[in-house]
Write a new protein. Structure first.
Length: 147
C-alpha cells in the first residue's frame, strides 16, 4: 500500500506541524490571567506583537504565508477560524478560547475567517516585519513550496 504524499514527507512544514497549545492561565474569583513568555510557553522568542480588531462579523484577514516567520494566534475576545494550507493538505482550526494559541509554522498559508462580532486576535511573531518574508499570491506560494 502506497503512503499518501504530505508536505512533511517532502521536507516542508505541514498543516500537522501547526498546533493549538495551552497557555498558562491562573484563575481565581477575581478573573483569569493568561501568561505567555517567549521560549518558555511558546517555541520562539517574541520579536513583534500586534492585534487584529474591528473586523466585521463574518470578515476575513490573512491570505498569505511566511517563509521564515513563526506565529502564535490567540483569540483574546470572540472567535474566528484559521484555514491552514501547506500546498498538499488543508486544515481548519476554530479559535475561541483565550487560554490557547495556535502555533503556525513557517511555510504554511493561512486565512482567518468567520470572525464573530467584537473578535480580537493577538499575534505573537518570531521576527520583526519583513515584506520579503511574505508569500501573498497563492499560486506563487505553491510554486515556492514545490522548489
Amino acid at each position: 500500500m502506497m503512503e499518501p504524499t504530505t508536505a512533511r514527507a517532502a521536507g516542508h512544514a505541514s498543516v500537522d506541524d501547526c498546533r493549538v497549545i495551552p497557555l498558562r492561565t491562573v484563575e481565581d474569583p477575581r478573573g483569569s490571567l493568561t501568561i505567555v513568555e517567549g521560549e518558555l510557553d511558546i517555541p520562539f522568542p517574541i520579536e513583534r506583537v500586534y492585534h487584529l480588531h474591528g473586523v466585521p462579523a463574518g470578515g476575513r484577514r490573512g491570505g498569505h504565508a511566511h517563509r521564515h516567520l513563526e506565529q502564535i494566534l490567540i483569540a483574546v475576545a470572540g472567535a474566528f477560524d484559521v484555514l491552514l494550507d501547506d500546498g498538499v493538505a488543508r486544515r481548519r482550526v476554530r479559535l475561541d478560547d483565550p487560554r490557547t494559541g495556535l502555533h503556525i509554522s513557517p511555510g504554511v498559508w493561512r486565512e482567518l475567517e468567520s470572525f464573530t462580532d467584537g473578535a480580537v486576535c493577538v499575534v505573537l511573531a518570531s521576527m520583526p516585519y519583513a515584506d520579503d518574508d511574505y508569500e501573498r499570491d497563492y499560486e506563487e506560494f505553491l510554486n515556492w513550496r514545490s522548489r
